[in-house]
Design a protein around this ligand. Sequence first.
Ligand code: 4AD
Ligand code: MG
Length: 466
Amino acid sequence: MKRKLVREALSSGELLGNKIKVGGWIRTRRDSKGGFSFLELNDGSCLKNLQIIAHEHLPNYRDELLKLHPGASIIAEGSLVESPAAGQSVELEADSIQVLGFCDPLEYPLGKSRISFERLREIAHLRARTNTFGAIARLRNVLADATHRFFQGRGFLYFHAPIITSSDCEGAGEMFQVTHLDLENPPRDPESGKVDYKKDFFGKATKLTVSGQLEAETYACALGNVYTFGPTFRAENSNTARHLAEFWMIEPEMAFADLQDDADLAEDYLRYLFQDILERCPEDLKFFNERIEKGLLDKLENLAEAKFTRISYTEAIKLLEKNSDKFTFKPHWGIDLQSEHERYLSEQLFKGPVIVMDYPKEIKAFYMRLNDDNKTVAAMDVLLPQVGEIIGGSQREERLELLEARIRETGMLPEDYWWYCDLRRFGSVPHAGFGLGFERMVRFCSGMANIRDVIPFPRTPQSAEF
Ligand code: 4AD
Ligand code: MG
C-alpha cells in the first residue's frame, strides 16, 4: 500500500472509510482505560496531527506501542473513520503499527513543554519537528513556488547566477573570501610581500557573491527579462533581527525598463506573494496569527490589496525633518535612511508600503543611473511596516562614460568591471531591476521576531553550527 499524507487523510473526503497507510512522528500518546491508546501523528505535510487509535489487541501493543514517546517514528495502516471526538473530523483505527524508531523521552529535547526559540536554534536539526518551524518551512516553500510562478507567468527567464565571483556588486567590501591557499603559509609576491593570488585556485582573489545582479544584467541585455533566486553572502558584522550572513535573494532584471517599471514590478510581485500565501497557507497563517503575531492576517489581507505610496528621498527627508524629535538618528539630506526612519514612514506617516526613490548618489552603489540633477540616482527602496526595507533596486547606468566615472569615484577600476562595461559598449539599453531579501519576506509573512528563525540553518557572526 502506498503511503498517504496526513494532509490528504484529513482533507479529502474520498479517503473516508478506506484502508490507508500513513507514516510520521509521534507528538503525544494518551492511554485510555478502555484498553487502547491515542497516538497523535504528525508527518509535516500540515500543521494538524492525525489521531490514531491503537487497540490493546494489536500484537505489539504491550511490548512496543506502550513504549512510544514523542519523537518516535511509525508506519500505521488501518481504516480512516469519522471521529466522535470534538476538534477533528477523522481518525485512523489501526490494523497494524510498525515502529521504525523509538525515541528516549529522557534524552529527546522536544518533549511536551514549550521551548524558547533561542534554545531551538541550538537544536536546529530537530526544530523542523515543532509546529512553528514546520509552518515556517511550508510558508517558505509556498513563497518560493509563488516567486517562480509570478516570474514565469510573466515570461521572465530563471537565471542561475554564480556563487563564486571576483566582483563586488555592492562595492561595500563585505565579502567572504574563497581560497584554496594554505592560510598558514600562503605564497607571496617576492617584491611586495603581498599574498600572490595568481597561485590561488582561480588565479585571482575570489569571493562569495553578495548579489547576482551584475551577472543577471548580462543575460537581461540579451534575453530581455530574467530573475535570479539563489543564496547570497554578506560579511557584515550586524547582529540584528534582520541580518543574516547567508540569505536568499530574488533579483529580477528587465531590459528596456526604467525606475517606474521597476517599482510597478515590485508592487505587483509583493501583492502576488501576499495573495498567494493567503490562498494556499490558510492553516499555517492562522497559526501564526494566533501564536506569533496578533493581527497578522489583517495585515496580510490589507497588503494584498494595498496601494503603495511613492515618494522621493528628498521629500521623505523633509517629512522626517519635521518630526526630527522622534528619532535617535537625526535626519537630514544626505544620510542613509535608518530603520527607525523607514518604519516611521511606512507605519506612522503613510500607514502602508512606501517606495522611496532617487537617493543621493553618495550613499548608493556605483551601478545606479545618475539623475539629471547630478546629485541623485534612480534608486528605489520598498519599505514595509515593521521591517523597513524589504526590496532594494534601481535603474542601471547604461551610459558608458558615466558608469566608468562612477566606478572611479567609488575607488574602483573600470578594468576590473570590463565585462560589465562591455554591456554599455555593445548595444546598450536602459534596464532596471531589484533584489528582495527572501528571509525578510518570510519573517514579515509569519510575524517571527527574528530572521534566524525563518531559515533552516542561520549563519550569523560567531555562529555556523550544523
Ligand atoms: O539592497 P540590497 O543590498 O540590494 C542589492 O543587493 C541589489 N544588487 C539588488 C538588485 O538591484 N538586484 O539587498 C537587497 C535586499 C534588501 O532589500 C534586503 O531585503 C535583503 O536584500 N538583504 C538582506 N537580508 C538578510 N540579511 C542581510 N544581511 C541582508 N542584506 C540585504
Ligand atoms: Mg539596500
